[in-house]
Design a protein around this ligand. Structure first.
Ligand code: ATP
Ligand code: MG
Ligand code: MG
Length: 550
């Protein structure tokens, strides 16, 4: 397989292998099960699993479940399903909580070796003692407790003798360090909470800065890749490993830029707010930037992987044009989605002089070059789209209007003859048209009429009804959170428009949930999971046209 474009992470790995620092590469993807995965996680998944695949190494899925209150088994299940759907198979699936006994054992070792102490300051006091970037911190009054006292207090913390927040275990590092993270970071806090995996076995929980390096070391991870905001935590990561080792291999942390996309929000906390307040139908609402939402919308794993590859891996944060994602989705659909006919807002047309016919219509245009076709029946009544009719057309109008002639895609030419019916608002609902049977298969009408253009249509008799959900970007503004704005106020009410009473050709009647189609001239659509027998529901994946040019 062709080597993908190189980035700084892959350069580091190449150099580690060349210098003999490692002989095998081990990565991990470590989500916290406190929400569904989003497109940012997809970037991290593609990087971690992609690297493992390219170098013949391993990549674990590890649930970073050290915050009992926010975590849930529903999230655990969705995360693994999403990783697998994206096309990756974890080497192992692990839970941080399974390492709690080992982590605790190492905490006692830190205490015994004088590298950690039990501190009685509360959260606010700890913050004040820590100082600021411009002033060194003050040592906690509990910093010099004896090893015996620290061990006794730590064991009593673990035994549940103290309430939440009463005490913490802290690393004894350097209260004057210019790196604030090194000013005696917290290793354990007390939380009398039910954990989704360990129940009430524990009432002390390790902090990220302590847990993460140990999880990596226990699993033999070589390259621990995280996002840029953890840059300053790297010093703590290294300190923990130095004081609990030796570890072979010795994991190293590397930071890359997290993905931000315009027209959306990406933190799980904000996505949870959208779900809880009912602004979307759930984590898998097709407008959500979650993997589950994008899957339901109709994005393919190939499209998401192509997007991850396109944006690459960089060391500086930036916001990516959501048009790039839509571009990748269209590129993929153009190659994979069969073309079919469907009419969102039907006008009935009675055809005069047409002989019922059936043509064999190809699923793909010649430039895609894929095989496949289906029979398309054309009877004496059809539907065309409201958007393809004007009572008073502009001069350059290429569709139907009084007296105008158009070609029906895969069919024949028809000339609009009379308006038969209008609704209360005066919109045309029924037309009569003259058919030109001599134009089946091509050519202009024998009477020399000019053909204005080609329109899509469906047969009235054989087509099936559909509900069509037109999805668009969830937010009105590119940066819904700019300047501290309330992102909920930037929601676009037009991000979902439901069209009832659409009609699609018969071949879609038995289309599978999740299958993707192009309705010619209309857009790309996927069959939604709300579909029931006889009640087809289509999601618009993307429109046909690109706003983004590569
Ligand atoms: P959020 O802020 O959305 O809640 P998180 O970083 O807290 O995300 P985790 O579950 O801890 O979510 O993330 C698991 C992995 O995915 C981490 O290694 C993290 O670096 C990576 N990740 C999360 N968000 C992004 C993003 N926007 N771009 C790239 N990687 C990300
Ligand atoms: Mg996290
Ligand atoms: Mg988070």
């Amino acid at each position: 397989t062709a080597r993908r474009a190189h980035d700084f992470i892959r350069d580091i790995i190449d150099e580690d292998l060349r210098a003999g620092r490692h002989t095998r590469i081990a990565t991990r993807f470590p989500p916290e099960p406190n929400g569904y995965l989003h497109i940012g996680h997809a970037k991290s998944i593609c990087l971690n699993f992609g690297v493992a695949r390219e170098y013949g190494g391993t990549c674990n899925l590890r649930y970073d479940d050290t915050n009992p209150e926010k975590e849930d088994i529903e999230y655990v299940r969705s995360i693994e399903a999403d990783v697998r759907w994206l096309g990756f198979a974890p080497t192992g699936v692990y839970f941080s909580a399974d390492y709690f006994p080992k982590m605790y054992e190492l905490a006692e070792r830190l205490v015994r070796e004088g590298n950690a102490y039990v501190c009685d300051l509360d959260e606010e006091q700890i913050r004040v003692y820590r100082g600021s970037l411009s002033e060194p911190g003050k040592p906690s009054p509990y910093r010099d407790r004896s090893v015996e006292e620290n061990l006794d207090l730590l064991r009593r913390m673990k035994a549940g003798e103290f309430p939440d927040g009463a005490r913490t275990l802290r690393a004894k590092i350097d209260m004057a360090s210019p790196n604030m993270k090194l000013r005696d970071p917290l290793l354990y806090r007390i939380r009398h909470a039910e954990h989704h995996r360990t129940g009430d076995a524990w009432c002390i929980y390790p902090m990220y800065d302590y847990a993460h390096p140990l999880e990596d070391a226990i699993e033999g991870i070589t390259h621990s890749i995280c996002t840029l905001e953890f840059e300053n935590n790297r010093a703590v990561y290294d300190w923990v490993l130095e004081h609990t080792g030796p570890w072979t291999p010795r994991p190293r942390q590397y930071e890359f830029a997290r993905l931000a996309l315009d027209y959306t929000v990406m933190s799980k906390r904000k996505l949870l707010t959208l779900v809880e307040r009912g602004h979307v139908s759930g984590w898998d609402d097709p407008r959500m930037p979650t993997i589950a939402g994008m899957r339901r919308r109709g994005f393919s794993p190939e499209a998401l992987r192509a997007f991850a590859e396109m944006i690459g891996v960089a060391k500086a944060n930036s916001t990516v044009d959501i048009g790039k994602l839509e571009y990748c989705v269209r590129q993929d659909l153009n190659q994979s989605a069969p073309r079919v006919l469907g009419v969102l807002h039907p006008i009935e047309v009675e055809l005069v002089g047409a002989t019922p016919m059936t043509s064999e219509a190809p699923f793909f245009p010649p430039d895609v070059g894929k095989p496949g076709s289906r029979p398309l029946a054309l009877g004496s009544r059809i539907y065309v789209d409201r958007d393809d009719w004007r009572d008073e057309p502009p001069a350059d109008y290429q569709r139907l209007a009084p007296g105008r002639t158009v070609r029906l895609r895969y069919g024949l030419c028809i000339t609009a003859d009379a308006v038969v019916e209008r609704d209360a608002q005066g919109n045309v609902t029924k037309l009569r048209a003259i058919a030109h049977p001599e134009t089946v298969g091509g050519g202009n009408p024998a009477d020399g009429r000019k053909v204005s253009g080609v329109v899509h249509w469906v047969d009235a008799e054989t087509s099936v009804p559909a509900e069509v959900r037109l999805y668009d970007r969830l937010f009105k503004s590119a940066k819904p959170e700019e300047g501290g704005a309330d992102f909920l106020e930037q929601l676009d009410p037009a991000s979902l428009v439901v069209v009832r009473g659409a009609r699609v050709e018969k071949s879609l009647a038995s289309a599978e949930v999740g299958s993707r189609w192009q309705l010619e001239r209309v857009g790309y659509f996927a069959v939604d999971s709300d579909t029931k027998p006889g009640a087809l529901v289509l999601n618009r994946i993307v429109t046909l046209r690109d706003s983004y040019a590569e």
